[in-house]
Ligand binder design. Structure first.
Ligand code: SAM
Length: 243
């Protein structure tokens, strides 16, 4: 059954997985028969609140994924996609899968994504998240990436691992010439050990290491200012290319 999204004029949204039952929210009750109306329909709750009904986009469903360890945020994932130019022809390897947040965003635009994860409990979560998004091109492997990468001729390898420098040799073998290796690390000692090892390898070029700071603003009449509570630091991204 296709889920539906209900959105208030103020932007508050409700994701409805099961549209065969009446839906209750803070604005009252919506009858199951109304949830079957066509996209764009205005639905009234029993308290006369109006909400717009439509089929969720990929990103609406993505926001419902189950999270276990810290995920890579969308701003960082967006930069990986934009800097490497991966697309429907690209083959990608990712590790560790964690909740599969990055792997899922990559699988949404790439040909094939294989994600490695050592923890069985996290594998279960990634499988559920993969099902939620109906991604057939995402392979989940319960394997230690430091020990080896089965895939060959890879366009992009993404690392979000505690000791990413341990993956460099295996990543180099799996990448095609010109392929990208992108490391995401939350702390500078991890970045130092990773990039210093890259710099010693004549077949790997360290293109750049960056940190993306995103400031969200609140805008209400003349009260226009940065939001007072928001995440400042997520992680550092190091972009490497194999030659
Ligand atoms: C911070 S999480 C990754 C989050 C993920 N990038 C996301 O966006 O959801 C790091 C993951 O790496 C896994 N991990 C640690 N060492 C690993 C290894 N050698 N091979 C594969 N996975 C590993 C951990 O179990 C953990 O789930």
């Amino acid at each position: 059954m296709t889920p539906k999204l209900l959105v208030t004029p103020e932007g508050k949204s409700f994701y409805i997985k099961d549209i065969s039952k009446d839906f209750h929210c803070q604005f009252g009750l919506i009858k199951a028969k109304d949830l079957k109306k066509k996209d764009g329909s205005i639905i009234k709750t029993n308290t006369k609140k109006e909400l717009t009904l439509f089929t969720p986009f990929f990103i609406d469903t993505y926001k419902k994924i189950k999270r276990a360890p810290q995920i890579i945020t969308r701003k960082d994932a967006a930069m990986i996609i934009a800097e490497t130019g991966i697309n429907k022809d690209s083959k990608v390897v990712d590790a560790g899968a964690g909740s599969g947040a990055l792997a899922i965003l990559l699988a949404n635009i790439c040909k094939e994504v294989t994600t490695y994860e050592i923890r069985k409990d996290f594998i279960k979560i990634v499988k559920k998240n993969k099902e939620l998004l109906h991604l057939k091109n995402l392979t989940i492997k319960n394997k230690d990436l430091y020990k080896g990468i089965d895939e060959k001729n890879i366009d992009l390898i993404t690392l979000d691992l505690p000791e990413p420098w341990k993956a460099i040799e295996k990543a180099k073998k799996a990448l095609k010439p010109g392929g990208f290796l992108v490391n995401y690390s939350p702390t500078i000692p991890q970045v130092m050990d990773f990039v210093n090892k890259i710099n010693k390898d004549k077949h790997l070029i360290h293109i750049k290491t960056i940190e993306l700071i995103q400031r969200e603003w609140e805008i209400e009449d003349r009260k226009v200012r940065p939001k007072t509570t928001q995440t400042v630091h997520t992680g550092f991204l190091s972009f490497v290319r194999k030659i």
